[in-house]
Design a protein around this ligand. Structure first.
Ligand SMILES: [Zn+2]
Length: 219
């Protein structure tokens, strides 16, 4: 059965692969706990304490990085109400697919409607828009998405849930579940739980990230 987890990145054990910091930290603690045995033979077997290398500490951790990319990708969307981005990552932390919500290829997003409601039922966007998750799966640059994670800003709808399951994606990491009372999202959750997909509501460690091109632009 699927399981749902709400995690805060500060306490997440999902960060264990993020870098070697955790290993260094635990080694350091072990070393200090045993430092009173400095004359014993054991001392020679203890881990060497970390040496400061001057490495930055405020770099983006992996999950914040993937969610940031999903966010950046969402900025490509032309939808005036809902911008969604998706980033598919394999188990080696490599990005294999990106997508945002938009009109299908070769279908003009200047001609098709972006309205949520309209007197003319043909003028409603839901008939035409491809969701971010679907685009990310279809745009993938790997053979398949088996055992991948998908990072999305919003919990996926039921149509995307079907695609995610069929693509072999095993984990969904999302920020917002704001439409959880909508029947499409209830059906989505039902399917995803039934299929054993891991569902993680994520709270990024870095809540805001500034992109400042100016610091690289030659004056
Ligand atoms: Zn969807």
């Amino acid at each position: 059965m699927g399981k749902e987890t709400i995690i805060n990145s500060k306490s997440s054990n999902h960060e264990i692969n993020d870098d070697n910091n955790h290993v260094h930290q635990s080694s350091s603690i072990d070393y200090e706990q045993n430092s009173d045995q400095s004359s014993s033979l054991l001392t020679n077997l203890l881990p060497i304490p970390p040496v400061s290398t001057g490495k930055r500490n405020d770099y983006l951790i992996w999950w914040d990085y993937f969610m940031s990319i999903a966010y950046i990708v969402s900025l490509r969307s032309k939808d005036p109400n809902t911008r969604v981005g998706a980033c598919i990552v394999n188990d080696e932390n490599r990005i294999v697919g990106l997508g945002y919500n938009g009109m299908p290829n070769n279908c003009s997003d200047d001609e098709l409607p972006w309205f949520r409601t309209n007197d003319d039922p043909m003028q409603i966007k839901y008939l035409y828009v491809c969701h971010a998750e679907v685009n990310a799966i279809l745009n993938k640059n790997s053979y398949d998405c088996k055992n991948c994670s998908i990072f999305v800003l919003l919990f996926p709808c039921n149509d995307c849930a079907k695609m995610i399951i069929q693509a072999g994606i095993k984990r969904i990491v999302y920020l917002s579940d704001r439409y959880s009372n909508d029947i499409k999202f209830k059906a989505s959750r039902k399917l995803l739980v039934m299929a054993g997909i891991e569902l993680i509501k994520y709270q990024p460690k870095q809540r805001q990230i500034l992109i400042d091109f100016d610091q690289f632009i030659d004056k």
